[in-house]
Design a protein around this ligand. Structure first.
Ligand SMILES: [Mg+2]
Length: 414
């Protein structure tokens, strides 16, 4: 199949039309065109549920997790190219309302069928497809996983780097680390020192009422020059008066999502009182939410996660809004496997991503990643946007098969 696909690739490349009349809109690569029977059509879609052991257990409000369950979407085109993507929904509905099981249901019963009879000739068709998925309300993670698999398949089919399809460029991205709540301040300081030694460009600390000033000051005193930020995951209320003034004294890079997960208005009121920039994460569910947040003054920085806003096209628009309104921008992580990780890195190729990402090397999360080679620093504290013609070429299929605990294939064409 690989040889067949290579032959086909050469044929496709010969037919790629450099359309001089195409007007790239907002930096998109609109000159990649595959026409006629060379156009991308999906032959089959396979949904897999995989079970990946985590390197270190993570503590959540639901207890301690030692593994991550993930849906992998795999598409095969009629020409044999493979597109792959990852759904970032978690096991429990604690970050957004979606879970692995709701995402599976939405994909299987409402989304995957939309690939039937679809013909993709240009990136504009990918964008139309992305917009069509908006007919399914909410469920952004399920939508994103299918949408990103189609972009990935298009990159493989046309042998175009994903970041070029998105309108980005090869670059190095600075990487920050996110530290969870540790058993003691001493342990947290150890982790922070190690992160500095490993080259991380900023440190983020998870905070909650009563567990905020002490850990932040402990890191600040140890590493005075290290950019430092706090992520509150919606743990505070506006009325937590005393803490805001003290947090504002710490010269933090930003305070991430202090108030309710679905709020913009209260954040705007809080931002007016603080010198420290607020960053919105959970509140940003769509590209338009970036515009709304900017207009309201709800934050000065956006943590963008492609899974949470519905995929590459919606992320692209969110990026453009952030640039337009002068907001800082970075890409967050959702404990992705290498598949989602490489997609996040491709997205960071866009010029508006001007702050360190949370997307780190594979080894921080997994014993063994499903991509080979795994994602590693290009130099300490940096990841390089790679020339990747779709992520499937990097997947370790043997390992992916081993981790797969459930799968379902939908055939469209033979
Ligand atoms: Mg966050």
């Amino acid at each position: 199949m690989v040889a067949q696909h290579r032959r086909l690739h050469h044929a496709v490349m010969e037919e790629i039309v450099q359309d001089s009349t195409a007007r790239p809109s907002g930096g998109y690569t609109d000159t990649i065109v595959v026409q006629g029977d060379r156009a991308l059509q999906v032959k089959r879609c396979t949904l897999r549920r995989i079970h990946m052991p985590l390197r270190t257990p993570t503590r959540t409000s639901y207890g301690v997790h030692t593994s991550r369950d993930v849906i992998i979407v795999e598409l095969e085109t009629v020409h044999g190219a493979i597109g792959v993507s990852e759904c970032v929904a978690m096991r429990e509905p604690t970050y957004t309302e979606e879970t692995v099981f709701t995402a599976w249901h939405i994909l299987q019963d409402f989304l995957v069928g939309r690939l039937r009879d679809k013909v993709f000739e240009t990136p504009a068709d990918l964008r139309d497809f992305s917009d069509g998925l908006l007919a399914v309300r909410g469920n952004a993670m399920a939508r994103a996983s299918l949408e990103m698999a189609v972009w990935d398949a298009f990159a493989a089919e046309t042998q175009t780097p994903i970041h070029l399809l998105l309108g980005g460029q090869e670059r190095e991205i600075p990487v920050g680390i996110s530290l969870g709540m540790e058993s003691s301040i001493g342990r947290l300081q150890e982790r922070a020192l190690q992160a500095a030694e490993d080259g991380y460009r900023r440190i983020k600390v998870k905070v909650s009422p009563g567990e905020d000033l002490l850990p932040l000051r402990a890191i600040r005193s140890l590493l005075p020059d290290m950019p430092l930020m706090a992520d509150a995951n919606s743990a505070y209320r506006t009325a937590d008066e005393a803490v805001w003034a003290e947090l504002d004294e710490l010269s933090l890079m930003m305070i991430e999502q202090p108030l309710a997960h679905d709020d913009l208005v209260d954040h705007a009121a809080l931002q007016r009182r603080l010198r420290t920039p607020l960053c919105l994460d959970e509140s940003i569910r769509s590209a338009d939410d970036v515009r709304r947040a900017a207009v309201l003054g709800a934050c000065r920085i956006i943590n963008l996660k492609p899974g949470r806003v519905g995929g590459f096209e919606q992320s692209r628009r969110a990026h453009d809004f952030a640039v337009h309104y002068g907001l800082g921008l970075w890409c967050g992580g959702m404990y992705e496997t290498g598949i989602g990780r490489l997609h996040n890195i491709a997205l960071c190729s866009l010029p508006g991503f001007d702050m360190p990402t949370d997307v780190g090397p594979s080894e921080r999360y997994f014993v063994e990643d499903v991509v080979n080679p795994p994602v590693t620093f290009s130099r300490p504290g940096h990841l390089r946007v790679e020339e990747l013609h779709g992520v499937a070429s990097r997947v370790n299929w043997t390992l992916l098969d081993r981790y797969t605990i459930d799968s379902e294939t939908i055939h469209f064409r033979h």
